[in-house]
Design a protein. Structure first.
Length: 86
């Protein structure tokens, strides 16, 4: 588990570099830090906390990143019922 500093969390380029250096494959991220130009190099992206734009979702899918939408009534309810198989 990686708890990322605010500096890294708020800068998509720093976050991308951190993910690469730490060889992170799966991340749970809020849509507010994602954009459709900088695609993080992940195998699985779990999004929750707010709606994710269609363009962001399409760009991740086009880059072969499996996207799991965990946004729901309460994220803990959704997340507690998700099982990932690698």
């Amino acid at each position: 588990i990686h708890l990322i500093s605010n500096e890294i969390r708020q800068d998509i380029k720093l976050l991308d570099k951190y993910i690469e250096v730490q060889t992170i494959d799966i991340a749970l991220l809020p849509p507010a830090i994602l954009n459709d130009r900088n695609i993080l190099k992940l195998k699985v992206l779990v999004v929750g906390g707010d709606k994710t734009s269609r363009k962001v979702l399409e760009n991740y899918n086009n880059n072969k990143v499996k996207v799991i939408n965990a946004y729901g009534p309460t994220e803990i309810t959704v997340m507690s019922n998700i099982c990932l198989f690698a």
